[in-house]
Design a binder for this molecule. Sequence first.
Ligand SMILES: Cc1cc2nc3c(=O)[nH]c(=O)nc-3n(C[C@H](O)[C@H](O)[C@H](O)COP(=O)(O)O)c2cc1C
Length: 203
Amino acid sequence: MSQILLVQSSSNLGSSVSRDLSEGFVRDYQAAHPGATVTRRDLVSNPVPHLGVDLLGAMFGKPEALDEAQVAALAISNTLIDEIAAASLIVMGVPMYNFSIPSALKAWIDHVVRAGRTFEYTANGPKGLVTGKKLVLFLASGGVYSDGPFKPYDFQQTYLRTIFGFIGITDVTIIRAEGLAFGGDKAAGAIAEARVQTTAITA
Ligand SMILES: Cc1cc2nc3c(=O)[nH]c(=O)nc-3n(C[C@H](O)[C@H](O)[C@H](O)COP(=O)(O)O)c2cc1C
């Protein structure tokens, strides 16, 4: 039975393309796979803190020497990592903000990329510990980055592939809705194309 973790990061709670596409995919996936369950982690409605003094201290301190605030900070990280561990399929809605990802999502990443939990250092270098997961990313952007003059400005897709690959998640499907700022037919066409791609991977 599939367990889905759906992570949202668009600050637009009203008419977000990345939220609509990712929610639509999960809905279709559950219809095609009865019994698949979903855990929702909304990083805007329910933000996780930035990596602060307490979490940093907890990550590098001796477990028996942590103070109350450090234990509490580490508990948030543990909960988020446990959600990833429990999922077989991770689905994320991600808007492009300033050529990269929303800071709300970066804060989550800073909690889940943790030595000893999601990666480890070996004699051959770092090794990801989160294996056997599928990741589907729904990326939305005003401009076009998959090709053309702005391709080198894409620190959204490139960063996400790199950081998830680092912790062992390498089975990644990316569905982009690009050029949304062009409006009209172009934006509608990009969303329609993303829906076609979504349907193709739902089964
Ligand atoms: C704060 C902010 C920064 C943005 N930065 C970029 C950007 O650097 N490049 C781009 O192509 N679009 C940018 N956009 C446009 C969004 O990527 C676009 O509106 C997208 O649809 C947002 O995703 P959503 O609809 O899921 O909220 C930005 C939008 C906002 C609100």
